[in-house]
Ligand binder design. Structure first.
Ligand SMILES: N[C@@H](CCC(=O)N[C@@H](CS)C(=O)NCC(=O)O)C(=O)O
Length: 215
């Protein structure tokens, strides 16, 4: 199994899921700007939009979209208990995966990270963040996880909340959300995945700085 990823991107949720299940994969790093892998392969030949995560299965099948990949991995390693049984709890998992993917990731963080997004778009995203984080704050008050136990939705949420430090969003105003993030960052699978990806992210930044200062 090959996981195409970029350091600290939403693909880190798949790495957390794999570690949580005591599994691994061949991790193929994609440069988010050039869309090339470290071996120089054009990633757009794998995923036409050049988006991570993308999973290539042993049989060669390609699977895209975070919510689909996370549920696939969780079902592939059922002993890890990362996905509830079909029924209302499964629908709740999908509810949170959709919320994180659309309302937080794409609705708030993507425009905040997009250097080409006009100021008005960024302000709109920031305004929208307030109600979405308030919703999360109310839900997480007195709860350890999004569902009854750790699930792939938590793997995705911790990665997305982790981005807040690089934006004007102040999580301190949402104490239950902040406490959740601090708690989950200490979870072994999360700590390991974020530690490894932070090192790769820093290496990527250093390489980019060297390229831009080259004569
Ligand atoms: N709908 C996709 C979105 C994935 C996505 O936005 N990935 C980002 C990293 S967090 C990416 O690859 N960005 C590169 C780009 O936009 O060119 C999913 O849920 O998997």
């Amino acid at each position: 199994m090959e996981l195409y990823f970029s350091p600290l991107a939403c693909s880190a949720a798949s790495r957390i899921t794999l570690y949580e299940a005591g599994q691994s994969a061949t991790f193929i790093e994609v440069d988010a700007k050039t869309k090339r892998t470290h071996t120089g392969q054009d990633f757009r030949a794998v995923h036409p939009l050049g988006l991570v995560p993308t999973l290539r299965l042993a049989e060669g099948d390609i699977l895209t979209e975070n919510a689909a990949i996370l549920q696939y991995l969780a079902e592939r390693f059922p002993e890890a208990g990362l996905v509830p049984a079909p029924g209302l709890e499964r629908a709740r998992l999908q509810q949170w995966l959709c919320f994180i993917g659309t309302e937080l990731h794409k609705g708030v963080f993507t425009p905040l990270f997009d250097r080409e997004a006009p100021e008005a778009v960024q302000q709109y995203a920031l305004k929208g963040a307030q109600a979405r984080l308030e919703l999360l704050e109310r839900h997480l008050r007195g709860r350890e996880f999004l569902l009854e136990c750790f699930s792939v939705a938590d793997a995705y949420l911790v990665v997305v909340l982790n981005w807040a430090v690089a934006t004007p969003i102040k999580l301190e105003g949402f104490p239950s959300v902040s406490a959740y993030l601090a708690r989950l960052r200490k979870r072994p699978s999360v700590a390991r995945a974020l530690h490894e990806e932070l090192a790769l992210y820093r290496r990527e930044l250093a390489a980019a700085a060297q390229t831009s200062s080259a004569p």
